[in-house]
Structure formats: structure tokens, C-alpha cells
Design a binder for this molecule. Structure first.
Ligand SMILES: *Cc1c(COP(=O)(O)O)cnc(C)c1O
Length: 422
């Protein structure tokens, strides 16, 4: 046993952590009066203490101004509300502010993106996804294929890990793309795989997809706010994400999209339209003939869900202060620490970490395949104040989040787990 396996060591790491003050900006749920070890920020991020203020400001404006709040609210006129998140989102996903907009929810946005970027022709009609993609993505893709009256089994191309492996090799993704290069319309993968925690090589996959003549888009539900992204530079065609996981914007919170500039400024790209995507100078003229706004804004349908977006702004403000680079730096240390502690249990044969060991190929989440009594161990963890996540048949997902989790959380989790197992 090295001195890393002590509470004192973990506390020392917390003392040295330049981001440690951010934990106090969040409400931490409690069990029997004690802060839980909250490792499910990958599922629902915690509530910033400032969220209530942001939402209350909108409620007050609504109460005192009524409809006038659209233009005359004190802080954030509702008419322009979708613009207030742009700068922060652009930094988080590596985009120009005009390439991103927050709107709708994630699955709706995936559909809207596929309307524009999955336009099958006689020869090019296939979609490549990862097998075991998040169910909502699978259903969205299935229904898009069927909507175009194409044979589902033939139009859907799935890529699986090799036998005995849990994650995808980039070279295998690329050869799958090449194998279908004459018939591939769209490659749509996640940025970070929700089950395995694998962070895909967005740049290489995008290049391969483009070389094959396909569009390439990413579902960033588990990537946005978790890993460094360079969507603009890597020429990704589109992306969508939700804000309630790592982005801490509340259950069902507003989603976001990225549309690369090269498409965003092309008014002829087919899309499903609504008045909020129409040229804002003329929006209230209520005239015939849709003229899209430039950039991602041109994909908006409806006027902004202000209450949900207020929560989003409160959370983004904190991201902006902390900065993605510093967050990633801490995240690498925090997850690296967790990994180094769990190695002991892995070496003893009690669990297997199926998330890639290469830090550049993962975010903060580690997925633990528990060999024996997985469910019982998970239940014991829950009773001991660990909030983690169980995925059938035998995987526990834990995500130490750099904004509010501590090295002490990581140590305590390991300590509890070790005691259950031994
Ligand atoms: C969380 C998640 C979703 C959820 O979709 P909603 O439309 O927000 O309910 C979809 N896809 C992936 C990959 C996810 O991780």
C-alpha cells in the first residue's frame, strides 16, 4: 500500500486544488445529514446555488413587465435570450459563437440535424452509428431511416468493439467507414460513449467520414463540459448535446446544437423551419417566405424557453469562470487518482475498468465491470452515501466531476468499495 491510499493524501490534493472553491457554488445532496459522494454528474449535474436567482429574475420580470419583458426586461430581454449563452457554449465545444445555439431538447435536435444532414440518395443512404448507442439515438436513427422508406437493416451500419473488448478502436471505425464509403450518407457517433466512457477521436473520424463523402455529426451529451472539444477546427458538420449532465442546467434542461459555419451560412440547406430561425429583422412582419438567420440560429424553431435557459446561464457562468482548460486539468488528476486506487481492486480480480486507460480517450467517467455480486455491491454503495449509476448487466459508472467533486470523495468511494468487497 502506497501513501496514496490514505485520506490525508487525498486531503492534501484538495488543498492544492486551484478549483476547490467551486464546490461551494453548488448544492450537494445529503444522506443522514452528510454530503453524499455524488458521482452521477454524467447523468444529472448538481444545482448551482445561483440558479434560483437567475430563474427568480425572470419570474420577477414576468410579474412586473408581462409581455414587455421581451424587450424591456432589466437584465436579459427575452427576445434575445438565445444569444446570451453563445460565448460560453462556443468555448465549451470549440466553436464560433455563431455556430452554436441553445434550443429544444437533445433528441429533438438530433432529428432536426438529421433532417439537414441525413438526406439519403439512391446510392448514399447509410448511417453509421456505434452498436449500443444510447437508446434515444438508436430510436431517432431508426425512425429517420424508416421515414425515408429505406430498409432499416441495410441502411443502418453499426460498429461494435472486437470480441473480448469493450471500447472501439479508431482504426476499426475508420475501416468501417471505408468499407461503406460508396453508400454512406452520415456518420453519427457520440463524443463520449455513455456506457464505456470512451472519448472518440473526433478529428480522425471526421476526416475519414469526409473522405468517404459522408457528413459527420456527434452527439455530445456526455462530452460537452467534460472533455476538450474543437468542433470548428475539426470541421465537424454538426453536433448536439444536452445541458443537464455535465453542464448542470437542470432536469430536462435546454439542449444545444453546433452547425459548422460552412453549412450555417448556406440558406439552401434543407431544414425544418420555425419563426425563431427566420431573419430576426423581419420576424414580426409575419410575412410569407422563410429566410433563415445565418449560423446555427437559422435552425431555431420557437421562441426561447426562458426559465430553462435562465438555469443554463447560471451554470454556464460558473463554467466560464473556471475555464475548460483548468477543469480538464483537474479532471485528469481526479479520474487518474480514482483509477490508481481502483487498480488494486482490479488486480485482485474484483472489478475491471472498461473505460480506456489512455487519458486522452476518456472524460471523467470510469465504468467498472463488477465480476461478482455487482448489484449487491451497488446497493451497499448507495446505502453508504455513494450516488453512482448501475447499468445492466453488471456495470457501475462513476463520474468524479472536477467542478464539485473532491479527491476526498474519490478516496472515500474507494474506501467504501474496498470494505464492501473484502
Ligand atoms: C442523455 C442522453 C440523451 C437524452 O436525450 P434527451 O432528448 O435529452 O432526453 C440522448 N442521447 C445520449 C447519448 C445521451 O447521453
Amino acid at each position: 500500500m502506497s501513501n496514496k491510499n490514505t485520506l490525508a493524501y487525498a486531503q492534501q490534493l484538495d488543498n492544492e486544488d486551484p478549483l476547490k472553491a467551486f464546490r461551494n457554488r453548488f448544492h450537494i445532496p445529503k444522506l443522514k445529514g452528510k454530503d453524499v459522494i455524488y458521482f452521477t454528474g454524467n447523468s444529472l449535474g448538481l444545482q448551482p446555488k445561483s440558479t434560483k436567482t437567475y430563474i427568480n429574475e425572470e419570474l420577477d420580470d414576468w410579474a412586473t413587465l408581462g409581455v414587455e419583458g421581451h424587450f424591456h426586461s432589466q437584465k436579459r430581454p427575452w427576445f434575445h435570450y438565445h444569444k446570451f449563452s453563445k460565448e460560453a457554449l462556443a468555448k465549451i465545444v470549440g466553436a464560433l459563437p455563431s455556430e452554436v445555439v441553445s434550443m429544444n431538447s437533445l433528441t429533438s435536435n438530433l432529428h432536426l440535424m438529421m433532417v439537414s444532414f441525413y438526406r439519403p440518395t439512391k446510392t448514399r443512404h447509410k448511417i453509421l452509428i456505434e452498436s449500443g448507442a444510447f437508446p434515444s439515438d438508436q430510436y431517432a436513427v431508426e425512425s429517420q431511416i424508416k421515414f425515408h422508406k429505406l430498409p432499416y437493416n441495410e441502411a443502418l451500419v453499426e460498429i461494435s468493439p472486437r470480441k473480448g473488448e469493450h471500447t472501439l478502436r479508431t482504426e476499426d471505425i475508420i475501416s468501417k467507414i471505408e468499407e461503406h464509403k460508396d453508400s454512406l450518407a452520415l456518420v453519427m457517433l457520440s463524443g463520449v460513449q455513455y456506457y464505456s466512457g470512451q472519448f472518440f477521436d473526433i478529428q480522425k473520424i471526421t476526416e475519414a467520414g469526409h473522405q468517404a463523402g459522408a457528413f459527420v455529426g456527434f452527439d455530445l451529451a456526455h462530452a460537452a463540459g467534460n472533455v476538450p472539444l474543437e468542433l470548428h477546427k475539426h470541421e465537424v458538420d454538426f453536433a448536439a448535446w444536452c445541458s443537464y449532465k455535465y453542464l448542470n442546467s437542470g432536469p430536462g434542461g435546454v439542449s444545444g446544437i453546433f452547425v459548422h459555419e460552412k453549412h450555417g451560412n448556406n440558406p439552401d440547406i434543407p431544414r425544418f423551419a420555425g419563426w425563431w430561425g427566420h431573419n430576426e429583422e423581419e420576424r414580426f412582419k409575419m410575412e410569407k417566405g422563410f429566410k433563415p438567420m445565418e449560423g446555427a440560429d437559422g435552425w431555431q424553431l420557437s421562441n426561447v424557453n426562458v426559465l430553462s435557459s435562465a438555469a443554463h446561464l447560471a451554470a454556464l457562468e460558473i463554467y466560464n469562470e473556471a475555464g475548460m482548460e483548468a477543469l480538464r486539468e483537474k479532471s485528469l488528476k481526479l479520474t487518474g487518482y480514482l483509477e490508481s486506487l481502483l487498480k488494486e481492486l482490479q488486480d485482485e480480480g474484483f472489478l475491471q475498468m472498461i473505460t480506456p486507460t489512455e487519458p486522452n480517450a476518456r472524460g471523467c467517467q470510469l465504468s467498472l465491470l463488477v465480476t461478482h455480486n455487482g448489484k449487491a455491491i451497488f446497493e451497499h454503495l448507495t446505502q453508504s452515501g455513494v450516488v453512482a449509476d448501475w447499468r445492466e448487466p453488471n456495470v457501475i459508472r462513476v463520474a468524479p466531476v472536477p467542478l464539485y467533486n473532491t479527491f476526498e470523495d474519490v478516496f472515500n468511494f474507494y474506501d467504501i468499495l474496498k470494505k464492501v468487497i473484502f
